[in-house]
Design a protein around this ligand. Structure first.
Ligand code: GLU
Length: 373
């Protein structure tokens, strides 16, 4: 059995994601007691020389409470408005709690594109590094006033956001605080004998099948989004713990390797380039045949001969989807633009020069620029 203390020995940067249910205790207002306790625990971690970032949900829930609004499930503008009201209340409360510990906080509102847009990422990284060097605790939330898709809970949520933040900031541990104890082998709300899984060494299909659906109406995350977050973290070299906010000193316990919640162990980072390709927005699609797919699975390059069709408009260096039999199997950065890739589809490499009058590479996408999905 892996020892948590060993796994977490060298944790230096910790991201703590606080869910709406934790912040509000299931109501429409903020629980100052809970925030005070988070601030005190963060102070203790800083005393151990760790850097801490917080991803805080709750803006929408708290805003709805303050406005006394009860929107229907698909009413998005009221949630945007509530986020705008609730975010400032949230920050006031966080500020009160951290002031008691003598800690300065900052507010960062993000849209998920910081993950794939290099310039935004660099700007964010510089700002956060500077904040941390001044001992400030950044408090991050999604910019729900303009991120309508995220509010709609179809595409994103703070579980995913906190995983992206952890991945991009090279955090060593993400702690997701929620109203659940961790990952169970079956839904504990339905099955009495459900067992908590203390450590997940690898997120495979059997683990993924344990996730149920979102738990509360105020927050949007469920176990599914938490498992997705764990995958993102683990791939980037960051471990993740899901734990219940009701456990006293849960953050301190989690970081020091005590047996709380479920720990998803990272076995080291997949290359940054692969992560970037995976997350980047694709500008086109290259449809390939079974032979091409076989080559990709053996980590070989994509040749023109394996290409059936090309759609979209992309340049050399953009990211494209690679699809076989209707299934997205990989993404990659081609060395040919969409026009040329289309002209040489299905051709043997020695005929490329004949058709194009030039040849950059034998491969349409070199193996090092391909990431299997
Ligand atoms: N960003 C949302 C909020 O502050 C919460 C999203 C979530 O619960 O994950 O209300």
């Amino acid at each position: 059995m892996m020892d948590r203390k060993d796994i977490l020995r060298n944790v230096k940067t910790v991201v703590i994601k606080v869910g709406t249910s934790s912040i509000t205790g299931g109501t429409n207002t903020v629980s100052s007691r809970f925030m005070d306790s988070v601030a005190a625990q963060v102070k203790a971690l800083k005393g151990q020389g760790k850097d801490v970032l917080i991803v805080s949900s709750g803006a929408i829930g708290v805003g709805l409470g303050a406005m006394n609004a009860k929107p229907k499930p698909k009413e998005v503008p009221i949630r945007q408005a509530a986020a705008s009201v609730g975010q400032s209340i949230l920050m006031q409360k966080w500020s009160d709690s951290f002031q008691k510990q003598g800690i300065v906080i900052s507010q960062i509102l993000l849209t998920l594109d910081f993950y794939s847009d290099r310039e935004k990422y660099n700007n964010l990284r510089n700002a956060i590094d500077t904040l941390l060097s001044y001992g400030v605790v950044p408090i991050i939330n999604e910019n729900d006033v303009i991120c309508v898709k995220e509010i709609d809970a179809m595409f994103g949520d703070n579980d995913t956001l906190s995983a992206y933040v952890s991945s991009k900031m090279d955090a060593d541990l993400l702690i997701i605080l929620s109203d659940v104890d961790g990952l169970y082998d079956r839904n504990p709300k339905i099955y009495e004998g459900a067992k908590l899984i203390p450590i997940v060494d690898k997120i495979d299909d059997s683990v993924l099948s344990m996730a149920g659906d979102p738990t509360t109406r105020l927050g949007v995350g469920g176990m599914k989004t938490k498992l997705r977050a764990a995958e993102i973290c683990n791939e980037s070299g960051c471990s993740m713990i899901i734990a219940n906010n009701n456990v006293p000193d849960v953050i301190i316990k989690a970081v020091s390797g005590e047996d709380v919640g479920t720990l998803f162990v990272s076995h080291g980072a997949v290359s940054k380039k692969s992560l970037w390709i995976k997350a980047a927005h694709s500008l086109g699609t290259i449809y390939i045949d079974d032979g091409g797919a076989k080559a990709l699975k053996k980590h070989m390059s994509l040749l023109a001969v394996g290409i059936r069709d090309v759609t979209g408009r992309f340049d050399r260096g953009d990211v494209v989807d690679i699809v076989c039999n209707g299934k997205l199997i990989a993404k990659g950065i081609p060395d040919y633009n969409s026009e040329d890739a289309f002209k040489i589809r299905g051709l043997r490499s020695d005929r490329v020069i004949e058709v194009l009058g030039h040849k950059t590479y034998d491969d349409v996408i070199r193996s090092e620029n391909i990431v299997l999905m």
